[in-house]
Design a protein around this ligand. Structure first.
Ligand code: SF4
Length: 345
């Protein structure tokens, strides 16, 4: 089938109404950027789920980072996309302008060099992410342990994808199929979604990030509706079994734990913490129990669960913009509200 035939089939679809969800921030951005919803029949509805790691990080995580950063001799190190995520009262960006030392990095391993250059300081790395980035954090822990580095610690907000999908489905989400996350699947393998597909009787299709790849994956989701199967439409990058070496490295240092998701509550077993024997490297990741909204009217949680669209939020494009985000979904380029604001408004 040519891509034009796929487009025509999706535009002309006249079967039962379908709701499909993507659970990957890069998919969210790509779908918005390519204007994919505008190509589809009105009977195919695309929703953005909890696939942006920054968006699902609770306010207590930011609060704890700020608390640590205000302690003498401590340096917070983080990827740039966490900088403007609101905590209860402030963000890392605001704290930095007030004198808290927050250094942005492009790779966790940069922290090793920084820590060697300033041995009198304690560097705390903000490790936020899904299965995609967890192996990189495991490599950092591996390096700290093997080199016996004494001045690097971590604050974790690590989450795993299958558990949150199960949580959505158990909560009654009327989803007819999932665009399975391309990057996560590189590590987990496409087969990680098979139990979910079989339990809920819906298809999971692993898709790439180009317009053609997205359309093909959506076409397969439509074609496979009602079937509890997994299809890998991204075989150049994703295998059935994933990356066993990366999974093994993660299993060496991390263990499953309950995790608090911003706006969604605690989901049992959906996160990872350092194993007890390595917990000395941790700065309190197991005590992040609260989640306060910066703005009470923010509906980030409902957006993340696919219950509402960003445009249904009363603050969208008014009090809440990329320049003045009121919720995490407007901060990251992979956030639903930000993608909707930039491309679909
Ligand atoms: S538009 Fe802003 S305030 Fe509304 S849900 Fe999105 S992030 Fe929250």
């Amino acid at each position: 089938m040519t891509i034009d035939e796929v487009k025509d089939a999706l535009a002309g679809y006249d079967g039962r109404e379908l709701t499909l969800m993507e659970v990957c921030g890069s998919h969210t951005r790509a779908i918005a950027e390519y204007g994919i919803p505008g190509i589809l029949s009105p009977k195919i509805r695309l929703l953005s789920g909890p696939g942006c790691p920054v968006c699902v990080t609770p306010s207590s995580y930011i609060d704890r980072l700020l608390e640590i950063g205000r302690q003498p001799g401590h340096v917070i190190t983080t990827f740039g996309d966490l900088m403007r995520v609101p905590g209860s009262d402030s963000s890392l960006s605001e704290a930095k302008s007030e004198g808290v030392r927050v250094d942005m990095v492009y790779s966790p391993m940069q922290v090793v060099t920084m820590a060697a250059e300033e041995p009198e300081k304690t560097f705390v790395f903000a490790a936020v992410g899904f299965e995609t980035t967890i192996p990189v954090y495991a490599a950092l822990v591996d390096c700290i342990i093997k080199k016996d580095i004494r001045n690097i610690r971590l604050l974790l907000s690590l989450k795993t994808m299958p558990k949150v999908i199960a949580h959505l489905m158990e909560g009654g989400a009327a989803i007819d199929g999932f665009l399975a996350p391309g990057h996560v699947s590189v590590v987990t393998g496409a087969n990680a979604f098979r139990p979910l597909a079989e339990t809920y009787g819906i298809p999971f299709v692993v898709g790439g990030f180009e317009a053609k790849e997205l359309l093909l994956a959506i076409y397969d989701l439509v074609r496979l509706q009602g079937q509890g199967v997994v299809k890998n439409d991204y075989p150049s990058v994703v295998t059935a079994e994933g990356n066993p070496a990366a999974s093994e490295l993660c299993d060496t240092y991390f263990t499953p734990a309950d995790a608090l998701w911003r706006g969604m509550g605690t989901i049992p077993g959906s996160g990872l913490l350092l194993k007890k024997e390595y917990r000395r490297l941790d700065m309190g990741s197991d005590a992040l129990l609260s989640d306060h909204k910066k703005n009470a009217a923010c509906i980030c949680g409902q957006v993340l669960m696919g219950k509402k669209l960003p445009g249904e939020c009363p603050l969208f494009a008014k009090a809440c913009t990329p320049e003045h985000p009121q919720g995490a979904c407007m901060v990251s380029g992979e956030g639903s509200c930000r993608a909707y604001f930039v491309y679909q408004r």
